[in-house]
Design a protein around this ligand. Structure first.
Ligand SMILES: [Zn+2]
Length: 305
């Protein structure tokens, strides 16, 4: 089977609230400013009591200022309470994990503390909705995971990236036996790739997603033949780019060598979170060899729904 597409309160930010860095002073500085302002206002009112001229002027102006101070304080307090709730929930989840998983499997986790031997390297999108551990149930120690915008694998020749480093470490040092590239529905990174103009000014995002350019060109060729609308093109490209990333993996000599020897397998996966379905396939390296001309085959194509 040929490798084809398987169907403001700017000073009240969270970082300010919880950082112990100098930024912390911004929020506390902001609070202090509120206090200073309030105290100044109180002092003003005290002096107003003994100065009738000022009393007339003060009676015209401070209400708006006071209201603004109170509003700002309320906003800031609300942000702090929301942040507190978030971390209370996070603390609860961590302690639940410790009680229900870590302590109940203490020997396993103590062994994990000494060494990791994951069977999988997973390359997934950084999208918050597609956490591989949540979707595929990877437990601590089971998968080395690198996440980037649009789950792209750059070719070997590209500039070094965190994905290059993760590939080198997981394949050569950890000896993972499987690489799984996981794409997903409604991928913003792929949409950015499909939307960008060739001469678009560069940004970190455009420079990164440009890695998928050949998937985009392939999609555009299919789109003109099949009359796909833009959303359909993006969906098509989400899958084409997975295959492109799988092929890019083979540009790493130490990956291709292991794949050729059958010590490493390359898989593709597609998570559709609109219908909650998962599609999985595997690169058939040996089957591809007989094809030649850069064509590759896939095998073990499955749909989970
Ligand atoms: Zn994505």
């Amino acid at each position: 089977m040929a490798l084809s597409v398987p169907q403001s309160t700017p000073s009240c930010t969270s970082s300010n609230l919880h950082s112990t860095s100098p930024r912390t002073f911004r929020i506390f500085g902001s609070q202090l400013r509120f206090l200073e302002t309030k105290q100044t206002h109180v002092r003003l009112l005290d002096s107003v009591k003994s100065n009738s001229a000022l009393r007339v002027k003060a009676s015209r102006e401070p209400q708006g200022v006071t209201r603004e101070i109170i509003n700002n304080e309320q906003k800031c307090t609300q942000v702090m309470e929301n942040e507190s709730d978030l971390f209370s929930e996070m603390k609860h989840r961590f302690l639940t994990f410790k009680k229900d998983k870590y302590l109940k499997n203490l020997e396993h986790f103590q062994n994990l503390a000494k060494v990791q031997t994951p069977k999988f390297l997973v390359i997934a999108c950084a999208d918050s909705r597609v956490c591989p551990s949540s979707i595929l149930g990877f437990q601590p120690g089971e998968a080395f995971i690198v996440r980037n915008i649009a789950n792209l694998v750059p070719p070997y020749e590209n500039e070094p990236s965190e994905t290059h480093a993760a590939l080198e470490f997981s394949v050569n040092s950890l000896g993972v036996e499987n690489i799984l590239v996981v794409g997903h529905s409604c991928c913003g990174g792929i949409r950015a790739l499909m939307s960008m103009e060739d001469n678009q000014s560069s940004s970190f995002i455009t420079n990164w997603v440009r890695i998928g350019k050949s998937a985009k060109l392939s999609t555009k060729a299919t789109a003109s033949a099949s009359n796909l609308n833009f959303d359909q093109q993006c969906r098509h490209c989400e899958k084409v780019s997975i295959n492109q990333s799988m092929l890019n993996l083979l540009t790493y000599p130490w990956i291709e060598e292991k794949v050729a020897k059958g010590k490493l397998s390359v898989h593709g996966g597609y998570y559709d979170f609109v219908d909650c379905a998962f599609e999985k396939w595997t690169l058939d390296y040996k089957g591809s060899e007989s094809k030649g001309d850069g064509e590759y085959s896939i095998t073990n194509h499955e749909f989970w729904s």
